[in-house]
Design a protein around this ligand. Structure first.
Ligand code: GLA
Length: 405
């Protein structure tokens, strides 16, 4: 169990990578955090409500004016392939199945933003490091997009409104990585506030920051199953399509406008569409309840214990719905959630992110964390022949410039 590597350690790694890759001194650094979604899963693309926190694990991009003005070179500590592109003219999607698609998409987003304002950006040499596990459901791709788009803007002194930054990164994911994601991850990475959860209404993109419970009452622990199931991307698109088709059959613009009675009365839904609709409608309701509980915890110290208990119950219901109705869990996620739920002092647990592997979260009374760690360490490898990694996370503020040492 560790508390998450600090930004200073990450910055030192970035400086090392930069100096071993390029013969220049870095001039700009931009960090973007990953996120844990407390609740509101698979509802962002249904115009629903989500409640993520940005976490103290980041992707950090540091940059200097390019040695060759015709070329940006982008090095990532964790990837064998380097990206290179020319940001002075439109960048086309490539179909290489590597991380470079995200890099190209983020660069093109900022380039187009600059072009609309009459600017031509200069190329940069960029080094990227991250303390986020990649592809584990903690929005590592959003953090990469935001860090890179952010450093290209910063290194060129181009002001980009936070909301625009989030949206152009979502665009990169759609058009360059081919993932039809919603808006939650990029918004959380850009707009979250320290020690707050971000209540985002994905219909009108309005946001409200709600204080997290005091850490002495409850901590958020991430349980990484170290599993990725190959079907994740296809199943994500399939669930999205079920939701779209269910909304069309119910005659509503999106499942945000549906309710349980409409679903019960509808004769034309397939089983899979009906279950998708049931999950989305109930999950949006749970997100509203969770937000109200966080408000109450903040407003009334005498209500903290009872409200945290209720919040935990809602997390458990969310997992059951994602597992049973929406069918995006997997045996590894179910194991960590079940084990966690049996530990005294764990208030609730559920998978977080797209599912089919990756991470679950547990809301835990701090004194119960050692027991949670040991129970998962005892049960998980015996069943799945690998370890699960547990770490406590803090709610941090969204992306921004980082001072260069
Ligand atoms: C992924 C997507 C998000 C969201 C979640 C599920 O993280 O990028 O937009 O749909 O899955 O809630």
């Amino acid at each position: 169990m560790n508390a998450g590597p600090a930004m200073a350690a990450l910055a030192a790694r970035a400086a090392d990578l930069f100096s071993s890759s390029f013969a220049a001194r870095p001039a700009a650094a931009f960090a973007a955090p990953g996120r844990v979604n407390l609740i509101g899963e698979h509802v962002d693309y249904n115009d629903g409500l989500v409640l993520p926190i940005a976490i103290d694990r980041w992707t950090l991009a540091i940059a200097a004016p390019a040695a060759d003005p015709h070329l940006s070179r982008i090095r990532s500590e964790s990837q064998a392939h380097h990206a290179s592109l020319d940001i002075r003219s439109p960048i086309l999607p490539d179909h290489a199945l590597t991380w470079t698609r995200y890099a190209a998409g983020a660069a093109e987003g900022v380039r187009a933003e600059a072009a609309a304002a009459g600017w031509t950006l200069a190329n940069l040499d960029v080094a990227i490091v991250s303390s986020l596990p990649i592809g584990a459901g903690l929005a590592s791709s959003a953090a990469l997009e935001v860090a890179l788009a952010g450093v290209f803007a910063l290194g060129n002194q181009l002001p980009v409104e936070p909301r625009r930054l989030a949206l152009l990164c979502q665009d990169a994911e759609h058009h360059f990585a081919g993932v039809p994601c919603g808006i939650m991850d990029q918004f959380a990475s850009v707009m979250a506030e320290e020690q707050h959860a971000l209540l985002l209404d994905c219909r009108d993109q309005s946001i409200r920051s709600i204080p997290m419970p005091p850490t002495e009452a409850a901590s958020v622990v991430v349980m990484n199953t170290n599993t990725t199931h190959a079907l994740a991307a296809g199943e994500y698109a399939a669930r999205r399509e079920d939701c779209r088709a269910a909304a069309a059959a119910l005659g509503v613009a999106s499942l945000r406008d549906a309710d349980q009675s409409m679903i019960a009365a509808a004769g034309s839904l397939t089983d899979s569409q009906r279950r998708a609709a049931l999950h989305v409608v109930s999950e949006i309701g749970r997100t509203r309840q969770a937000a109200a509980l966080l408000d109450r915890i903040h407003a009334d110290a005498s209500a903290v214990k009872a409200c945290l208990g209720d919040l935990g119950a809602i997390l458990r219901q969310s997992h059951a719905s994602l597992r049973g109705d929406f069918r995006v869990s997997c045996p590894e996620l179910d194991t960590v959630v079940e084990v966690a739920s049996s530990v005294p002092g764990v208030l609730g647990a559920r998978m977080t992110g797209a599912g089919f592997g990756g991470c679950a979260l547990a809301l835990v009374e701090p004194q119960a964390i050692p027991r949670l760690v040991s129970e998962v360490a005892a049960a998980f490898p015996a069943k799945h022949r690998r370890n699960a990694d547990l770490f406590r996370v803090q709610a941090v503020r969204g992306a921004g410039a980082v001072p260069i040492r």
